[in-house]
Ligand binder design. Structure first.
Ligand SMILES: Nc1nc2c(ncn2[C@@H]2O[C@H](COP(=O)(O)OP(=O)(O)OP(=O)(O)O)[C@@H](O)[C@H]2O)c(=O)[nH]1
Ligand SMILES: [Mg+2]
Length: 295
């Protein structure tokens, strides 16, 4: 491998909630780092997933879905989106067939960034050719993408072509991270995310949005990993719902979380869950900072 041919750079995935950004990053990297659920606003952070081969390194940033923020947590989430937009080499705008371009400020921001734009239409498995073409027409005219790709991240359709074209468009550069590194975030972060994924899957309505998960201790012993995690809610009533009658709900969720963490760490896990109420943490700057939501 000569340095003159090695490609490396940063690809940021942008799009509205639930369009399949995390599914796409996982499919492109072959890793299951980002959590995926049918609920909007599953991803709250910027999650870097690194795909390396001998001749390239692509650093993907999975980001929270773009929304009009209603409270401080969501403002912080959009801060992650903007930061990821700014340091990208390529912007990958992900949409679904039938999506209308309602947020013209977003189109403007993307177009004036001066960065190459890849327009990717996901979930083509759910669409007709006619709707797909109309969507590509509308978005293509406004975003002026360098390239356009219809894909299905869920069914891994179109992944190889997209990956090859991304690599082609990246600058010639040395690797930014060691070639065996998969992400810049800790195991503790992903363990907390897996627990949050189960909360998103097992609880309804407002509950998942009022919850934050923090891994307090992570002891990697020879035969087992002992993990103690705290689940924060905003109200006493939410705490009671999470626990459920005689602890049945948290037990069910905790068992599923433990199994997924065992798969992720490839090791036996003992998971101890605790619940705490933190009034209005989603609107409290110092609390949010403590939970890792930036400045
Ligand atoms: N039918 C179909 N469903 C898909 C496809 N890609 C993703 N999905 C589903 O869409 C839902 C949302 O996927 P995510 O990857 O969590 O979406 P996201 O854009 O990361 O969402 P946020 O993190 O909330 O912004 C999940 O139920 C996925 O299984 C696809 O190609 N086809
Ligand atoms: Mg996501």
């Amino acid at each position: 491998m000569s340095d003159a041919t090695h490609k490396a750079g940063f690809v940021t995935i942008l799009g509205r909630p639930n369009v399949g950004k995390s599914t796409l990053v996982n499919a492109l990297t072959g890793e299951k780092l980002s959590i995926i659920t049918p609920k909007a606003q599953t991803t709250r952070h910027r999650i870097r997933s690194i795909a390396s081969q001998e001749n390239y390194q692509v650093v993907f940033s999975d980001t929270p879905g773009i929304i009009e923020p209603a409270y401080l947590l969501q403002e912080k989430m959009m801060g992650f989106v903007n930061a990821a937009l700014e340091d990208a080499d390529i912007l990958l705008v992900l949409i679904e067939p039938g999506d209308r371009l309602e947020n013209s400020a977003f189109a403007e921001q993307v177009r004036t960034s001066g960065k190459p734009v890849f327009l990717v239409i996901n979930k083509v498995d759910l669409s007709t050719q006619e709707v797909l073409e109309a969507t590509i027409g509308e978005w293509g005219a406004k975003l002026l993408p360098e390239k356009t790709f219809p894909v299905s991240a869920l069914h891994k359709f179109g992944m190889d072509v997209l990956m090859a074209e991304l690599v082609k468009s990246l600058p010639v550069a040395p690797a930014y991270f060691p070639k065996d590194q998969l992400t810049d975030l800790s195991e503790k972060f992903f363990v907390a995310e897996i627990i949050r994924e189960k909360i998103l899957l097992y609880y309804k309505e407002e509950i998942p949005y009022a919850v934050e998960v923090v891994v307090e201790s992570f002891k990697d012993e020879p035969a087992i990993v002992k993990i103690r995690a705290l689940i924060y809610t905003e109200k006493e009533s939410q705490k009671n719902i999470i626990i459920g009658p005689a602890g049945s709900a948290i037990k069910r969720m905790g068992t599923q979380a433990r199994k997924s963490i065992e798969t992720f760490l490839n090791k036996k896990v003992f998971l101890d869950l605790f619940i705490k109420v933190k009034d209005n943490w989603r609107k409290d700057p110092s609390q949010l900072k403590g939970f890792g939501y930036g400045e």
